[in-house]
Design a protein around this ligand. Structure first.
Ligand SMILES: [Fe+2]
Ligand SMILES: [Fe+2]
Length: 174
């Protein structure tokens, strides 16, 4: 199995986790209609992406395979505060950061990929992923106010920058 297959497997798991995260936020906050509406739409899109990446894996004769641990997402999640509104705010902002990074990766993959079918796939995902980080940012801003959301996002981005330099390179979305 080549590095592109491994990247696609990791990518499929990322789409699955993105859908699962959206559903888990809905499960934890069923009393917030805006959040429920926005994240149910997002979960549907991520599930559609999962379907597209699985179809590509199938064409290449590859299974989904086991989900390898993702040190990037794991470390980011460890920054999430543990209680109430602060916890929800951080979960939304971490969601925004992960979505923005995925979008950056798909942009680079679309630009540099030499396989025409994969190029098309990344291009088609790019448009949807570009809107996802703003969905999370908007929900965080609605929750704690624009200024507070921005300033917490800055803090999380600083910690993310420290984290990124320590991570190994691997055939993965993050
Ligand atoms: Fe996606
Ligand atoms: Fe997404």
């Amino acid at each position: 199995m080549g590095q592109v297959d491994r990247l696609l497997q990791d990518h499929a798991h990322c789409e699955k986790k993105a859908a699962a995260t959206a559903l888990s936020l809905i499960a934890a906050h069923p009393d917030q209609p805006k959040l429920v509406a926005a994240l149910s739409r997002l979960a549907q899109e991520e599930t559609r992406h999962l379907f597209l990446v699985l179809a590509e894996l199938e064409r290449r004769g590859q299974p989904l395979g086991r989900c390898a641990s993702d040190p990037y997402a794991k470390a980011l999640r460890s920054f999430i505060r543990s209680e109430g509104e602060a916890r929800l705010c951080d979960r939304l902002l971490v969601g925004a950061i992960i979505e923005a990074r995925s979008c950056e990766r798909f942009f680079l993959l679309e630009r540099h990929c030499t396989d025409e079918r994969l190029k098309k796939l990344y291009g088609s995902l790019l448009a949807a992923e570009a809107g996802h980080h703003s969905v999370f940012l908007r929900l965080a801003s609605d929750l704690v106010g624009r200024e507070a959301a921005r300033s917490r996002l800055e803090e999380l981005l600083e910690r993310e920058a420290e984290l990124i330099v320590r991570l190994p390179l691997r055939p993965a979305v993050h």
